[in-house]
Design a protein around this ligand. Structure first.
Ligand SMILES: [Zn+2]
Length: 117
């Protein structure tokens, strides 16, 4: 399962942050996940609950913010963001070219870790 490996990596980051701040416990973790990613919040929370047992992050709530997709235009090289949930066709805002390359939207990152000290 894809989510399991990702959740292990997330827990690592969270526990490092908790240690740095001498946290008594981790209250919540905010993740930013690209809209094209197939990571599901429900599964991340489920794996997190399991993996974090016995650590400071036990019982922390996972929240997910979806980020829109980034492109680079093959015509003029401009970088721009567009939500693929909102448009059918991607066009460069500078030169209106339709040949664009995807450069982000499948990634994830830990945005914020809320702790109690
Ligand atoms: Zn362009």
């Amino acid at each position: 399962m894809h989510e399991l490996a990702v959740t292990e990596a997330i827990l690592d980051i969270v526990l490092q942050a908790a240690q740095r701040e001498s946290a008594r416990r981790v209250v919540s973790v905010s993740l930013v996940i690209g809209e094209l990613s197939d990571l599901k919040q429900e599964w991340i929370q489920r794996y997190f609950d399991h993996l974090a047992r016995g650590t400071q992050a036990e019982g922390a709530l996972i929240t997910v913010i979806s980020s829109i997709t980034q492109f680079v235009c093959n015509g003029c090289g401009a970088e721009f963001s567009q939500s693929l949930r909102k448009v059918d066709r991607v066009a460069c805002p500078s030169c209106l070219s339709n040949t664009c390359r995807l450069i982000g939207g499948m990634d994830y990152r830990v945005e914020n870790v809320e702790i109690e000290v």
